[in-house]
Design a protein around this ligand. Sequence first.
Ligand code: NAD
Length: 720
Amino acid sequence: MTFSTFRFELGADGVALVTLDVPGSSTNVIGDALRADLDRLIEQVRDDAAVKGVVITSAKSDFMAGGDLKAMVQLFAQPHTPDEAFAIASQFSPLLRRIETSGKPWAAAINGPAMGGGLELALACHFRVAADSPNVALALPEATLALMPGAGGTQRLPRLIGIAKALPLMLKGTRLSAHEALEIGLVQSIAAPDRIVSVARSWILERGDPVQPWDKKGFVIPGGGSAYNTTELGQLYNLTATQISRDMGHNQPAPIALLNAVARGTAVPIDAGLHIEACNFAKLVLSPVARNTVRTLFLHKGEIDKLVRRPKGIPAASYNRIGVIGAGLMGAGLAHSAAAAGIEVVLIDATPAQAEAAKVRLSQDFAKRIAKGRMAQDKAEALLARIHPAGDYAALKDCKLVIEAVFEDVAVKREVFRKAAEYMPPGAILASNTSTLPISELAGELPHPDRFIGLHFFSPVDRMPLVEVIVGKGTSEATLAESLDLVKALRKTPIVVNDSRGFFTSRVISAYIQEAFAMVGEGLAPALIDNAAKMAGFPVGPLAMMDDIGMDNGYKAALTERDALGSAWKPSAGFAVQEMLCKTLDRRGRRHGAGFYDYENDRRKPWAGLADVYPPKGGEHDVDELKQRLLFIEALEAARCMEEGVITHPAEGDVGSVLGIGFPSFTGGVFSLIDTIGTRAFVAACDRLAQRHGERYRPSAWLRERAERNELFFPASMAA
Ligand code: NAD
């Protein structure tokens, strides 16, 4: 028997060894070819009396990675009827049911990661042995990508290990090691990597039970299977539903569909349960959330991480030592991230003592992490050993790249550049971490503007995955390419943007914050505004966030912009409120004990005095409109960035907005949001908002023309 996606070898003992090896891919992904091969295999195994049982393993380093997400995005991008969606949801699952009811024993010899559909295949086998290797990981991670297991995972895992254990594993997409999988009963055995096939083979020959526990008479799910009979289960479902609502604000259909499949599907026999699972999966096929999330967070992020935008033909740069000037919040974070990537860091501040103090603060932070079990002592020591506080710019002499992270002040930055340029080796790259100042202007009198670039990291640097790479007028292609190499070495995701005041992310998030300020000016309560933002899917409300960050920097940036632009400056929508809070009322945020909210013992509570400054707007509040305003103002600003060429690829706008500034991930990002609503409908809605709230909502002629053509940022033909 020959197959294109796996090797088939029938041993003299009657055990067939199936070795997965999907061609043209580094991992085993489930596509049409594999499904067709499995279909044929199952028939032949059933009909051939010489085959006693089957062992499935893999020739690649993974057992199986799961579904082909690229194909899935393309498929989900087409409009479907409910029947078509159900057919899509049922592509793989019936095959697995045929495996477990084939009348012959099947065993999975899991040599590496078994993820999603890969684990579902293993679950449909009657026996699972995993290699005792750190390479092995077992997970059903679909929910982390706005999907759910759709090939029996929601039915077999709870029936195997109990609902209370299975549900959180699936909702969180937890990865289990071979030992953890054995402990909870997900695999029956672990063995040395070179012995898993023989262990599986022996099981088939010696025990070889071809009937799954759930197909045996009198089967009961461990811990009980019906919420109607078990109080604990009813409570678990209620609690889980409440947590999902709290965390996702009803914006994510996937966890609800998953919960539904588990709760209803485990209360009935498995065939009915599998049908219920497919019905729930079909709902996700019909919703744009799964497609948008997978496209942005998996496909586009994956391409960006591979540096698709890196100019071609420039040799890769590697860094074993970089310089960081400015050892404040960002500089210390940069030093931490670089050290974590194995890079030595020269850390400079205004005085040697300040640079030393930054390292002390880092070591205190590490000590807290160690105490909480989140960091190992030896790792902390290794990181600190790579950070070298220095008092003298001469220490930069071996640094091929230096990042400046001093105060957001042109004069201070220029002075630092001048001093750094004296000692940096010839050809070294100078990068600025400025969040707003135009890079081309900052380059000013630099001797080598071609080696100058913006590398905008986000706070906290060690945890935020995005870097906005800003190409100035003079920045050379080689500087861009070699800077992207550093971002990759730091294991972060770079988006490449052209120069503009505020670049992409700061511009887009400022529009959102300004809108929230404007709402305060309209007499809306901060708690109402913040809750509307959370309901829209933002991780935190804009006003609570500004109180936490502090209002000073934003206000200062606005004043700097006013000075820089002179008569061309127009106050932003919320500037008056910003000035009122910062200057007139001196309520600059939590650190000062007062902001949009009051703070008592660090607890946030409403500030009654706000009503005297901005009399409350009476009547009913249209929360849906508030949500729409907060989402649309960001999407509109992003569209302006695209129109002006600040962003050149919508994929970068989507990834940047979700990873950098907390734009709700269920939308897929700013441009996916416009596409999902439809450009025409989006423009019409913005016109309505402009009528009610001001010209800042008025779409540009460029966007209007796109709307007339109903042009998408991600046309269905190139959905992935
Ligand atoms: P910070 O105030 O925490 O740190 C600035 C550091 O620069 C201080 O340690 C200060 O002593 C040092 N410094 C000042 N003048 C100096 C000089 N002449 N020579 C050497 N060191 C000097 O500020 P931060 O939040 O770390 O911001 C630094 C830069 O990063 C700014 O340009 C800011 O816009 C940008 N940024 C900040 C954030 C953020 O969330 N804080 C995010 C992205 C980018």
